[in-house]
Design a protein around this ligand. Structure first.
Ligand SMILES: *Cc1c(COP(=O)(O)O)cnc(C)c1O
Length: 488
């Protein structure tokens, strides 16, 4: 891989006078040029890299080969992982007839797009057991904020302004307490039991008339199904609070069990995890929010409705909490999700959960003699190890994660949830083949042996990646995102 182009920035490959393109001749007449406002005219040549065609092609091809994604290898990132992203959904989302739509077009010219929006709203309502969905939020966390705003609007509409607390389990995804705080609510943590589920006895004393609601994930971030969910929902409802479901990872429940039937009032789904949009690099995303009957009027503006003649309309209402995004959200993501649901159909959607569960349990059982399994028993779509079983060599979860990169695997989620010091959270997803899982298991076992026989080598990993171990803290605090000469 060590060649002229490798690891260089395009500016460093620049050579005075090199050129790899021909622009059409400037055919503007002098009087046409003078019609352009002078502040829009370029005075100096732009400082672009001067490179020949082959250099450009090789530079970007080499760079793209440094990318790791679901198209290059196994990606067992627990909790936030991408599930299945069929290529047909990409094609549909990129279809010209959708791609050229403009949000300001007259409504009778976008009936097809609104039918997609409305169809997905209805499908998600059916899948989740909710009354209505908005597809406007741009991400999971954005959905949480929207859902909590619905919760607040509901309490306010009843003149109940004492409710300022949101209960969040200590195993929750970090966005839960963050969204509650952004919404101006106070976060109260409830403890988990050693088996990873919510401690109902710790919850009871927290419940009073200052509680706006409780946020939960089920199966929780440890991949454990909260068996006492009906009891928890009844307790929260009895004190006047609402139940919020974090459905970012809905794959373990799909077609088998509905959050609405478990007692949840408000929820979000991450289309960019469970419903086919790839989300590496931070986007695009979509975090639809669903509500049970009686809360629909608080959903954000605008809402898409269908009248008796089959005409789709866009509505703004006064009771709504207001607008939380431009227009109707990320339409490309909405398209992919709808295509995904329609291509899988009811029967196949029902297979997603069992396959995700089977794969997770297969990997867990195959590795639990080498890695510490703090919570025994059947998991759902994911599970957590607490580092290596034999910790005597001092090899940490971070070292294992870095060593995996040398073998061409993406690392699992590490050091989350915070309940375990050496958390290694693995989610294989539903669509990986037996051979891929066996390959991963073999490598994880090899690393456990290496940690014993040659711990320093594992602590120095990765050894075969384009860059070695990075300083995560400095990278987060002082990211350099421009070409170095410009950055100075
Ligand atoms: C990913 C995730 C979120 C947040 O979703 P974003 O789209 O990243 O904002 C929330 N909760 C859980 C459980 C998640 O896995």
């Amino acid at each position: 891989m060590n060649n002229t182009y490798y690891g260089k920035l395009i500016f460093e490959l620049s050579q005075e006078g090199r050129c790899g393109y021909t622009l059409p001749k400037n055919e503007l007449k002098e009087f046409e040029l003078s019609a352009l406002p002078s502040q829009l005219l370029r005075v100096n040549e732009p400082e672009l890299p001067q490179v020949d065609e082959l250099t450009v092609v090789r530079h970007y091809t080499n760079m793209s080969n440094n990318n790791f994604g679901v198209d290059t290898g196994f990606y067992p990132l627990g909790s936030c992982t991408m599930k299945y992203n069929p290529k047909i959904d990409e094609e549909i989302a990129a279809h010209r007839d959708f791609a050229v739509l403009h949000p300001w077009q007259p409504i009778d010219t976008v009936q097809g797009a609104l039918a997609v929006y409305h169809g997905l709203q209805e499908s998600l309502s059916e899948i989740a057991g909710m009354s209505e969905f908005t597809l406007n939020p741009f991400a999971g966390a954005h959905g949480e904020l929207t859902g909590l705003m619905v919760m607040r609007s509901y309490h306010m509409s009843r003149g109940d302004d004492k409710r300022v607390k949101v209960i969040v389990p200590d195993s929750a995804h970090g966005t839960n307490p963050a969204s509650a705080a952004v919404c101006g609510l106070e976060v109260v943590q409830v403890k988990s039991l050693p088996d990873g589920t919510v401690d109902v006895e710790d919850l009871r004393p927290l419940l009073d008339d200052t509680v706006a609601g409780m946020m939960m994930t089920n199966p929780n971030t440890l991949g454990i199904f909260e068996q006492r969910i009906a009891e928890i929902a009844a307790l929260v409802h009895d004190c006047g609070g609402l139940m919020y479901y974090d459905g970012a990872n809905l794959n373990p429940l799909l077609g088998r069990c509905r959050p609405g039937d478990l007692g949840f009032d408000i929820m979000h789904i991450n289309l960019h995890k469970t419903f086919s949009t790839p989300h590496g690099g931070g986007g695009p995303g979509s975090g639809p929010v669903g509500v049970r009957q009686g809360l629909e009027q608080f959903l954000p503006n605008p809402r898409v409705t269908k009248n008796d003649e089959g005409f789709y309309d866009i509505n703004f209402t006064d009771e709504s909490l207001g607008s939380i995004s431009g227009f109707l959200g990320n339409f490309g993501v909405i398209l992919r999700a709808y295509a995904y649901i329609l291509t899988l159909g009811c029967e196949n959607l029902k297979m997603v959960g069992p396959l995700a569960t089977l794969n997770a349990n297969y990997v867990k059982e195959s590795l639990k003699d080498c890695y510490e399994l703090p919570i025994e028993g059947v998991c759902k779509h994911e599970f957590v190890f607490d580092g290596l079983k034999d910790k005597s060599s001092g090899v940490t979860t971070l070292d294992v994660a870095k060593r995996l990169l040398d073998y061409g695997f993406h690392a699992p989620t590490i050091y989350f949830p915070l309940l375990f010091h050496q958390a290694l959270m693995i989610e294989p997803t539903e669509n990986e083949s037996r051979e891929t899982l066996d390959g991963f298991i073999e490598v994880m076992r090899t690393i456990a042996c290496e940690a014993h026989d040659n711990p320093d080598m594992v602590k120095g990993a990765p050894h075969h990646t384009p860059v070695r171990r990075l300083d995560d803290t400095q990278a987060a605090l002082h990211p350099i995102v421009t070409f170095k000469e410009l950055a100075q």
